[in-house]
Design a binder for this molecule. Structure first.
Ligand code: NAD
Ligand code: ZN
Ligand code: ZN
Length: 346
């Protein structure tokens, strides 16, 4: 077996990733090695490479938290997975398992959590080290390329919808119908909701209608909030904001029905103004949601395995990563890009 792998590395924030040959890591006690088959490209990878957020990853690092692959080596003491299993290495790379949040299955907010492709090297590489207790278990009938977007975009959308606490028959607004949002539309329909998709791009909105959105609104038009309120009979019971744009957040609060919940998952750097009187007098809940726990992950993957949710993917090689990130920045990716790994000659 060769002992080097190709990887795309962030050496400096805001600079193109550098394709490098690096030694294949060796799993220590309690770790596993995964041979990457496919890895989705999330907008979070772009934020990571640009150093957008207050807590930055240490340089250099390998992004990617939608990596799916085959377990090819086990460190000492590993029993949670077997050689040959197909697993996903997600954003929630590991957590302590013992704090009040872990005990309550709120493990994404564990103070000791590690994040794949951020605080730990991720899936923009031919091999990934992983924690066997936190990998996603990929159902047998899901191809790696189809599973990849589900382990971040999928679980985050699914959990975000659950956090709105809507029930079948209610209205939900999905703001931003890109990688996360095009899956959110499908989850919402499968969960029996009426879906209003909003975006700034007519192509994305046409796609959302093909995926089952009942109505769509381009927020670049005048009075988008009033249009949504009218279409949903007074605002949506739940609003899920995936758009990586601050203007979407104030708008999303305005689209929320009285007593409704607006869930924030998009992560553009910065702050947004909140119309305090409206939020208070209409009893609106605004809450953040951060990926999901391991049970949310298994549930989201089950929707995929049952064919109820399917990512629209564009396949690219690892070496195309910089052009993919540039297109993402310019809003030119129709849904999700998945990097596919050939492993020729290995
Ligand atoms: P993406 O680039 O694939 O899609 C973004 C979509 O938002 C595009 O369709 C774009 O046209 C649309 N958009 C842009 N401005 C808008 C606006 N003002 N109003 C409505 N729509 C608008 O991105 P993605 O991979 O889906 O990620 C979206 C965001 O979610 C990123 O900020 C990412 O970091 C974040 N994210 C958060 C979590 C979490 O756990 N909370 C997990 C994954 C991703
Ligand atoms: Zn992500
Ligand atoms: Zn913990």
């Amino acid at each position: 077996m060769q002992n080097h792998m190709q990887a795309a590395v962030v050496e400096q924030f805001g600079q193109p990733l550098v394709i490098q040959q690096l030694p294949i890591p060796v799993p220590g006690a309690g770790q596993i090695l995964v041979r990457t088959e496919a890895c989705g490209v999330c907008h979070t990878d772009l934020h990571a490479a640009q150093g957008d957020w207050p807590i930055k990853p240490g340089l250099p690092f390998i992004p990617g938290h939608e990596g799916i692959g085959i377990v090819t080596a086990l460190g000492a003491g590993v029993t949670a997975v077997k050689m040959g299993d197909r697993v996903g290495v997600p954003w929630l790379y590991s957590a302590c398992g013992h704090c009040e949040y872990c005990l309550a299955a709120r493990e994404p907010v564990c103070a000791s959590a590690e994040f794949g492709g951020y605080t730990k090297n991720g899936g923009f590489a031919e091999y990934i080290l992983a924690d066997p207790n936190y990998v996603a278990h990929i159902p047998a009938n899901l191809a790696a390329r189809d599973a990849a977007p589900l382990i971040c975009a999928g679980v985050t959308s699914y959990k975000g919808i659950k956090e709105t606490q809507v029930k079948p028959g209610d209205w939900i607004v999905i703001s931003g119908v890109g990688g996360l949002g095009h899956l959110a539309v499908q989850f919402a329909k499968a969960m029996g909701l009426h879906v209003c998709a909003v975006d700034i791009d007519d192509g994305k909105l046409a796609h959302a209608r093909r995926l089952g959105a009942d109505v769509t609104v381009n927020v670049r038009q005048n009075d988008a909030i009033a249009v949504v309120r009218q279409m949903t009979g007074g605002g949506a019971h739940g609003v899920l904001i995936t758009a990586p744009s601050l203007s979407a957040f104030k708008q999303g609060v305005g689209m929320t029905r009285k007593w409704g919940t607006c869930v924030l998952v998009g992560l553009p750097p910065g702050e947004f103004p909140t119309p305090l009187f409206d939020v208070v007098a209409n009893c609106i809940t605004i809450r953040g949601s951060f990926v999901g726990n391991r049970l949310d992950m298994a549930e989201a993957l089950a929707f995929g395995a049952e064919g109820k949710v399917k990512a629209d993917i564009e396949l690219q090689p690892l070496t195309a990563i910089n052009s993919v990130l540039k297109r993402m920045e310019q809003g030119e990716i129709p849904a999700r890009v998945v990097l596919e790994f050939g492993h020729q000659g290995h």
